[in-house]
Design a protein. Sequence first.
Length: 86
Amino acid sequence: MAFVPEPAADEVAAGSSKSVQVTFRPTGQRSEEELLVLSIDDGNSIDVKCQGIVNEAKCAFIEKQLDFGNIPVGLRAKDQALHIKN
């Protein structure tokens, strides 16, 4: 599944609403589409169409090397700025 709802299952009282977060986890294809089904007890199910598009990622460096210095494992992360033009 490329689209993962959270929570995956829940009950909503009549006349109320609830938020659901859907996470897109691409599998490598440029475009993906899935139907998530909202099941309603004693009612009609509703299909929710989810579509995700992944643009090709590119990275080019003008300089011949990139040096972040020594970053020991297990210590706090070291922040470095890298300017990327999109």
